[in-house]
Design a protein. Structure first.
Length: 118
């Protein structure tokens, strides 16, 4: 058995006024996941809960993202969250706030036998 990548999903999320990095990250992961219906696990003879999802979030201030809140977005399987420097922060004209753009990548893996499905 070997963990094999079966899906890569990419999304973007924003926090327009509140400069909430976690909210932007959650929206980015939802954007990546909710635009798809992927029956890949079932097609390979496995449960959706067998999926291992590796989430990477890019935001300007990674330390301000609540990883547990991002992980809670996953509807199936288990996962990990890695937050890295990236995304965008666009200050308002007054300099009192900013809009945050987060990017998400979700790599879905299944533990498959060498050579394909069971």
């Amino acid at each position: 058995m070997a963990l094999k990548r079966i899906v890569l999903e990419i999304g973007m999320g924003t926090s327009i006024r509140s400069r909430d990095y976690t909210n932007a990250a959650v929206r980015a992961l939802r954007d990546a996941l909710w635009h798809n219906s992927l029956p890949a696990a079932a097609a390979l003879g496995q449960s959706a809960d067998a999926m291992l999802v590796e989430v990477t979030i890019g935001v300007p201030r990674p330390e301000q993202v609540d990883k547990a809140a991002v992980l809670a977005v996953l509807p199936h399987g288990s996962g990990t969250v890695n937050v890295v420097a990236g995304g965008l922060e666009i200050p308002n004209d007054e300099g009192t706030g900013a809009s945050v753009v987060a990017h998400a990548a979700a790599v879905v893996r299944l533990d498959l036998p060498e050579g394909g499905a069971r």
